[in-house]
Structures are given as C-alpha cells and as structure tokens.
Design a protein around this ligand. Structure first.
Ligand code: EPS
Length: 358
C-alpha cells in the first residue's frame, strides 16, 4: 500500500483540487492545522498583492467523516477567491455574453523562465494563459494541504518535518533591494525530518530510493532548480575519510553529512533536504521576448507578481518532504487502520537497536 497524490487546478480558475489515495482509516485530521499551514504559505516576505485577495482554507469533499479518514480517497479543495475577477476569462465553459474582466485578452508575450513559450509550442495554444495558469505556483496551496495531511500521519509515528529559509535575514535585505530595482530574487530553503526511523525507502531501485523520491518531490515544486540531500554538492570536494558518518557505540553517528539517507534508505539520523529557488520570471522590467502573434521582437509580459516566494517555498518543500516520508512510512508499516500502522511501527522499533537521538 502506498500514498498517491493527484492535483488539478489553475491559478485563476474556480479552485485547486487534491486527491490523496491510500490513507489508512481512522487518522484524525485537524482542520485548523491544515488551515494554519495554508496561512504560513501565504505569509512570506515579498509576496504579490494577490495574497491579500486569497485567504486559503481547506474544504473536504470526500474521504473524511467527523474528522476521521475513512480509508477512501480524500478529496481536498482550496478555492481561488480571485476567480471572481476572472469569471469570464477563466470560465470552464464558454462564457455567456460579452466576456468581461481579467484574462479575456490573449497573452502573446512569453516570459523567459516561465512555462509560457514551451507551453504554447507543445500544446498548440494561441494564448499563453492556457499554459501559464496551470504552471503557476498558486498550485502549491494544495501541495501544502496534502502535506498537512501527511504530517498528521507522521505525527502518529513521532516524525516531525520542518522547513526553514537558509539565511532569512540576508534574504529579506535582498528582497528589499530587488523590489526597489523592480526585480526578483530566489534563495535556498532547508527541510529537516526528525524522528525518521532507519529503513524507510530502499536501495533496490530508483523508484523506491528515498533520496530520489524526495529530490523529485522537491524539484517538482515551481521555480526549484537544485536539490541536495545532506552535504550534497559539497561532498564532491571531500575525501571519503571526511565525507562519511562514522558508526559509533549504540550505532550512533556524531556527524550527518549524508543527510539521514545512505544508499536510498533512511539511516535514523535527521533527514536534511535543501532546495535552491531561481528568481521568479515575471519581471516588472521585462526581458526581451518575441510576440507570438506577429513574430516581432517585444518585451515579455508584465503582470502582478511576487518579488520572491522563498519563504513560501520553505512551507511547500516541508509539505512535499512530509508527503514523501509519509508515503515511505505507509509502504513500510502498512495497515488499513491507523492503529495497525502504529502497531507495526512499534514492533519494528522493538526489533531494531535504534533510539531516536534528536
Ligand atoms: C504566480 C503569480 C502570482 C502569485 C502566484 C504565483 O499570481 P498572480 O498572477 O495572480 O498575482 O501570487 O501565487 C499565488 C497566487 C499563491 O497563492 O501562491 C506565478 O506566476 O507562479
């Protein structure tokens, strides 16, 4: 049994949707905890005025009764309040009457760094909006909702996941400077998974390696261009004698260069994943582009955007890592009811000589 996450939704469409399959029955979900994570994602420094329009909250359409999972697909919805302003422009059906409001004029000026150009070429669109709406990082709201559900499962086996910005103070200064220059910036975030027992994931194949799965989940977040586990790229410059974490008495390690994963399997140390986010591609002082309608050189599209979304990425990456850890835990400990999963986890901890240290 595994966990599966499917999402749908456009940035200015009616709503974002996530379906989580494979949850055991009887897991207690706390609506306030999910909404609190949605709020955290919206609060980062440098976000666009869009965040004053949205007040993300989760709605559950299926899979939950009286706050407990039913062991059936869990359907989560986060509505886009801004859709009100895009009713014609993003209407799922052909709009009735004269289209009014935002999104009614075709966008033909692809932004370097966004999905715009590849999206229209790939799908044969005439309007860049047909590509950019789904590519938008607005999508990350439902990743966070699904991640909050995963964190509820992980809590049952005493695993906590936390995402933070690396060097937040310096980032805020860079954001202020970029805003003044009408530019954008990226940054680095770090996610730590604490209490993860050894043995999640497997060295047997790419599909089961925990590091490969975490990397794919985090790289799959909009604007992420690099992911590393533990000391990652810095390991390439080290000698073997200084790169590996010696095994001490009681099978403890004093160092964690491996970031809690060796050969694709958790080793009982803290899981450490870092992600690099590129500067956002919607620029108030646009880069050069070519008009898709005329083939003439032109400036790229300018529209409301964030200066940075790095603090939001810390929350989203936390959710993505939590989902992958919950998935790996679900695979290892099984269980149709949450109590079965917890019992299997307890039995496993009795079998192995591992005690949580941090
Ligand atoms: C985004 C552009 C902005 C961001 C959006 C992601 O949206 P808009 O064009 O409506 O101002 O605010 O992020 C969110 C709405 C969100 O909730 O994170 C983009 O192009 O990726």
């Amino acid at each position: 049994m595994t966990l599966r996450l499917t999402t749908a939704g456009e940035s200015h469409g009616p709503a974002l949707v996530a379906v989580v399959e494979g949850l055991p029955a009887g897991l207690v979900l706390d609506r306030a905890a999910i909404d609190a994570d949605l709020l955290r994602r919206q609060q980062g420094y440098g976000r666009s005025p869009r965040q004053q329009i949205e007040q993300d909250t989760v709605e559950v359409l299926a899979g939950l009764r009286h706050g407990r999972t039913l062991g059936t697909p869990l359907a989560l919805v986060v509505r886009n309040r801004d859709h009100e302003n895009w009713r014609s422009g993003m209407s799922p059906w052909p709009p009735e009457g004269e289209p009014t409001g935002k999104g009614t004029k075709p966008v033909t000026l692809p932004r370097p760094g966004h999905a715009d150009l590849a999206g229209v070429l790939k799908h044969g669109f005439a309007d860049v909006r047909d590509a950019l709406e789904r590519a938008s990082a607005r999508h990350t709201a439902v990743i966070v909702a699904a991640g909050a559900v995963a964190k509820a499962l992980l809590h049952e086996i005493e695993v906590e996941v936390e995402g933070t910005v690396v060097d937040e103070e310096a980032l805020r200064k860079r954001i202020d400077e970029a805003r003044a220059a009408r530019d954008t910036v990226g940054g680095v975030v770090e996610v730590r998974g604490r209490g993860v027992p050894p043995g999640l994931g497997s060295y047997a194949s790419r599909a089961t390696r925990l590091d490969a799965r975490l990397a794919a989940a985090v790289m799959g977040i909009q604007a992420v261009k690099g992911v590393e586990i533990g000391d990652g790229f810095a390991l390439a410059a080290k000698r073997g004698s200084e790169a590996h974490d010696e095994i001490g008495e009681g099978f403890r390690r004093d160092t964690n260069h491996a970031g809690g994963i060796e050969a694709g399997v958790s080793n009982g140390e803290e899981i450490v994943v870092r992600a690099a986010m590129k500067p956002l591609p919607t620029l108030m002082r646009p880069l050069a582009s070519v008009d898709l309608a005329t083939g003439e050189p032109s400036d790229a599209l300018v529209e409301r955007s964030d200066v940075a979304a790095v603090e939001a990425l810390a929350v989203v990456a936390e959710a993505a890592v939590a989902f992958e850890l919950a998935r790996a835990a679900r695979e290892k400990f099984g269980g149709d009811a949450i109590g079965d999963l917890v019992a299997a986890w307890r039995a496993y901890l009795e079998r192995i000589p591992w005690r949580r240290t941090r």
